[in-house]
Design a protein. Structure first.
Lengths: 88, 898
């Protein structure tokens, strides 16, 4: 039973890895968008307070860091990567 | 004065500590110990040289002046790091596979190992970095001054210039000691990296300590601090969108392009996996570094008197409160930031200067012959060391001349914008194969000029080089050439204005010129290798050797990478080629390997030039060769097709050989058969002839005699007929012309029939049978099978030499086969004849019954036609034959055991 499930498991891992590399590519775009968001605040009416933006920026920073840490854990086996075809 | 003396003492102790760390790390690495030196943590910490004294002190100043905008300087690198999968991974891979020594080397190597480009990048880097080094020296002297000013006695303020000079000298010494221990810039500077990692921890700790002190010491906790932020002049979020986005992009670009960042990120990289850790750990580091910046700025603005330099809040806040210890820690933090930046920047720049400026010039002066000249290794090391001293002193001179005014403080971003000019060439080189040298040169040139004109020169205010008239009315009075309103772009922030124009013009020119010009073959080759670095790590051969003298190459490389290393390299190459000694054949692979090895020491362009001197004109033909490198895929396909064809031909040849062999064998067999058959026919013919002659010629034969002779003649003709029948039968069987007639019947009756047909006399020849086992249904050509049985039974009767002959017939079922053994009680067939019994005309011993020797041959053919087999079964009581017949047994009959 377990012998038969081996390849399926590997396949899932490769698949997961590919998706994680997609996620890794997406991270800076997500980050740029989120960090740019405060520019849209307080466009009408009184300007937003620095305090608020500070909390926002640091929260996003923290979230991005944690997300990147999680994603990079999945991108461990550099050598087996086939999404970029080939290895060194 | 006590504090100041203490400060100097702590400072010295700290420097001594750093020297010890660097020395220890270097030694550990040389002895092969210290795997911790290669940990991803050390790599991540070494990246922190991004945070210089300008960010350590300046970030708070920045925040005090323009609020949260300071954070953009950290957000850019954060985005680059979390986007490592796009860019950094590729840069590091390229850097490692091409043995890149600096950002200038990367760009030059990518664009056909062009030294002109390398020189250009080097100059730009030096121009961009020197003010930055001056800035670091200034920060150290300013922080000293802050301490001195706080002294109650107020005496003996040390001369700022002399402090800067001492610091510069110390840094130059440290860098020369630990940054040029080995010539190979591609080898890791473990000592330096370790010292930088320690400094990274120190500056983070210092800034956090000051932050904690400010928030919980000076202000009354988090809420109070937030209230102070709200009350401060920077309470409102009034950041201009263009500056927010522009500065983030600028810092991201600078993070990739700064020579010192390239040094720690790519050149000193041990393991690509480290990038994975750094991708999140470094953003975390940056986040911590900027966590307390805003609170410190707000509290500083609140607590300190009007007009206090906000750049020094980190230092003056603890001093104001009498926390000398914390102030000293903070000073050490700033000192660390300044020194680590200067050290790495000096190493990075000196590598560039010595590899791309000094070495080529020296090669040119010495007559362009790397073989004849002296010790290249020493020259290169000397060049590296002189460059370090020169660069640090250049920074000092810049500081000295500019007088360390506020103009210098603005230089940080100006410097960023300068190095950011590398970005189009760098990214284009990594992602766009058509990017070429001419395009890169043109783009860099335009970007550099625009940066110089719009940002660098105006940053000093009106000066002889850039008078007020030009700033106001444009160059030559041309209104649209105003440096801060280029092409009528008025009202923009000067920095963003300059960055926008320089980078966009740079990019446009780079792309346009790349499109319209044509790259040289080497550029196309390198382009393919860089852009597709993940696809082919190995590179196509670049040199066609043969003209090169291995000995010359050895002499040259000994001078560059040192005797033992060069000899080891050559010996290893020779061994790979299967040669003994130290001189390998100058094969393209070897030359390329050597070029890479050398480029680790003197840069790609110089190494290429040096080898081409020795290999000589060969490199020209190489370029011709490389002209087709772009079409490598086609060539490879073509050659693989050729290969396939060759293989096919070989296969055909092999088949032909085999067929020929078979034909020869058949011919031999045919001859043997003919001679045998004529012999077989002759024997009866002879007796027929003899007896018929007797009958014809002899008079007076008795009737009995006549009938006897006639009987002999009759017997012989019968025998002859049988022989001819057999031959015909065999020939039909062998040619596969036989038509099988499948029937179904039981084995028992079939055997009965065979025994009857064999004409067995039951008195003299006993047959033992197993009736139960014979109860098997068969579906096959029963007549043919009976023929086999008859043959076997009559053979047994004929050849069994036992006085009382017994034949045992034993059928057995075995899986889907039926085995029928015929075993007699004679003496059997001698071992050496067993393999012969099935051959035509083979007869064992005397022919008692005049068989032609074809019976068993026919049996074998029949069995083969029936899909079975007949074999001699050795090791039985007598002669034993086993008939094997494939038979899908239905379960209707019970299994039979032997």
């Amino acid at each position: 039973m377990s012998r038969e499930r081996g390849p399926v498991f590997l396949e899932r891992r490769t698949y997961r890895r590919r998706r994680m590399s997609d996620a890794a590519r997406l991270m800076p775009i997500l980050g740029a968008a989120l960090f740019g968001l405060p520019l849209l605040w307080g466009m009408a009416g009184p300007p937003t307070s620095t305090k608020r933006v500070m909390f926002y920026v640091f929260s996003i920073w923290f979230v991005l860091t944690v997300l990147t840490a999680v994603i990079s854990r999945y991108l461990r086996q550099e050598k087996q990567d086939t999404s970029d075809t080939g290895e060194w | 004065m006590a504090t100041l003396n203490l400060l100097v003492l702590v400072c010295f102790l700290y420097v001594a500590f750093l020297f010890t760390i660097a020395f220890g790390a270097d030694r550990a690495a040389r002895r092969g110990r210290g795997t911790w030196l290669r940990s991803p943590v050390v790599y991540t910490l070494s990246l922190s040289i991004y945070c210089t004294a300008w960010t350590f002190y300046g970030a708070v100043g920045f925040a005090a002046r323009s609020g949260l905008e300071f954070v953009t300087i950290y957000l850019g690198p954060t985005l680059v790091m979390i986007g490592w999968w796009w860019t950094l991974r590729k840069m590091v891979r390229v850097g490692r596979s091409q043995r890149i020594t600096s950002v200038a080397d990367l760009i030059s190597s990518r664009y056909g190992k062009s030294n002109l480009l390398a020189v250009f990048v080097t100059v730009l880097a030096v121009v961009g970095t020197t003010p930055y080094i001056a800035l670091q020296l200034q920060s150290v002297t300013l922080s000293f001054a802050a301490f001195a000013a706080n002294e109650p006695s107020g005496t003996d303020l040390p001369n700022q210039q002399s402090i800067a000079l001492w610091v510069a000298l110390g840094l130059a010494l440290f860098t020369i000691l630990f940054g040029t221990r080995n010539l190979d810039a591609n080898e890791r500077h473990h000592g330096v990296v370790m010292a930088i990692a320690i400094e990274a921890v120190v500056k983070l700790f210092a800034l956090l300590a000051v932050g904690v002190f400010v928030v919980w010491g000076l202000a009354g906790g988090v809420n109070d601090t937030l209230a102070r932020i709200d009350a401060s002049p920077i309470a409102a979020w009034e950041v201009s969108g263009s500056r927010w986005v522009g500065l983030t992009m600028l810092s991201a670009a600078a993070f990739l392009c700064l020579p010192r960042m390239f040094q720690v990120m790519v050149v000193e990289n041990e393991d690509e996996g480290h990038l994975r850790t750094a991708s999140w750990a470094f953003p975390a580091y940056l986040m911590l570094m900027s966590l307390f910046v805003l609170p410190i700025a707000a509290v500083g603005l609140d607590v300190l008197p009007e007009g206090a330099n906000p750049d020094l809040f980190v230092l003056t806040l603890p001093l104001q409160d009498g926390r000398d210890g914390l102030a000293i820690l903070s000073f050490i933090g700033g000192f660390s930031s300044a020194t680590s930046m200067v050290i790495v920047a000096a190493i990075a720049l000196s590598t560039m200067v010595s590899n791309h400026v000094v070495m080529p010039v020296w090669l040119w002066i010495t007559g362009g012959s790397a073989v004849m000249s002296g010790d290249v290794r020493n020259v290169a090391l000397l060049a590296r060391r002189t460059s370090i001293a020169g660069i640090v002193l250049l920074g000092y001179l810049y500081f000295h001349v500019s007088g360390g005014g506020t103009a210098l403080a603005a230089i940080g971003l100006v410097s960023f914008a300068g190095v950011a000019q590398f970005l189009p060439a760098l990214m284009g080189g990594l992602y766009w194969r058509a990017a070429n040298r001419t395009g890169a040169l043109a783009g860099l040139g335009v970007g550099f000029v625009v940066w110089l004109y719009c940002l660098f020169l105006p940053s000093f205010g009106p000066s002889p080089v850039m008078p007020q008239a030009v700033i106001d009315h444009g160059l030559f009075g041309l209104h649209w050439l105003r440096p801060q309103a280029l092409f009528g772009a008025e009202g923009m922030d000067p920095l963003i204005h300059a960055v926008m124009w320089s980078i966009s013009l740079n990019t446009i020119v780079f792309i346009t010129v790349s499109i319209i010009s044509f790259p040289r073959p080497v550029e196309r080759l390198q382009g393919a290798q860089f852009v597709n670095v993940f696809e082919h790590s190995g590179s196509p051969p670049g040199w066609t050797g043969g003209l090169a003298q291995s000995e010359d190459l050895l002499i040259m490389s000994q001078r560059i990478i040192g005797g033992p290393q060069a000899q080891a390299l050559f010996a290893a190459a020779a061994q790979r080629q299967g040669l003994a000694g130290y001189l390998p054949e100058p094969s393209p692979e070897f030359l390329q390997e050597m070029e890479r090895e050398l480029s680790g020491s003197v840069g790609a362009a110089t190494a290429h030039a040096m080898i081409s001197q020795i290999v000589g004109g060969a490199s020209v033909s190489v370029e011709d060769l490389m002209a087709v490198a772009d079409e490598t895929a086609q060539i490879m396909e073509y050659s693989s097709r050729l290969e396939a064809k060759t293989e096919e031909q070989e296969r055909t040849a092999r088949q032909l050989r085999e067929a020929n062999q078979k034909l020869t064998q058949l011919s031999v067999q045919k001859d043997a058969f003919l001679s045998q058959i004529s012999h077989e026919l002759r024997t009866p013919m002879t007796s027929i002839r003899a007896f018929s002659e007797i009958l014809r010629d002899t008079q007076g034969l008795k009737t009995a005699e006549k009938s006897k002779y006639a009987a002999i003649i009759h017997d012989e003709t019968v025998r002859l007929t049988r022989l001819l029948d057999d031959l015909l039968d065999l020939s039909v069987l062998e040619n596969g012309q036989v038509v099988l007639n499948s029937q179904t019947g039981r084995l028992g009756p079939l055997l009965d029939r065979a025994i009857a047909a064999a004409g067995v006399d039951a008195e003299t020849f006993r047959i033992e049978r197993d009736r139960q086992a014979e109860d098997v249904m068969l579906t096959t050509d029963l007549d043919r099978l009976a023929q086999v049985f008859i043959n076997l039974i009559s053979n047994a009767r004929k050849y069994c030499d036992s006085p009382s002959q017994v034949l045992t017939i034993a059928p057995k079922r075995q899986k889907d086969r039926l085995l029928i053994d015929f075993i007699d009680n004679g003496s059997g067939i001698p071992t050496d004849h067993q393999s012969m019994v099935f051959e035509k005309f083979s007869r064992i011993g005397e022919t008692k019954a005049g068989g032609a020797g074809l019976g068993l041959a026919i049996c074998r053919e029949i069995m083969a036609r029936l899909g079975g087999d007949i074999t001699y079964l050795p090791g039985q009581s007598g002669a034993a034959f086993r008939v094997t017949l494939p038979q899908p047994f239905a379960d209707t009959t019970p299994p039979v055991s032997a």
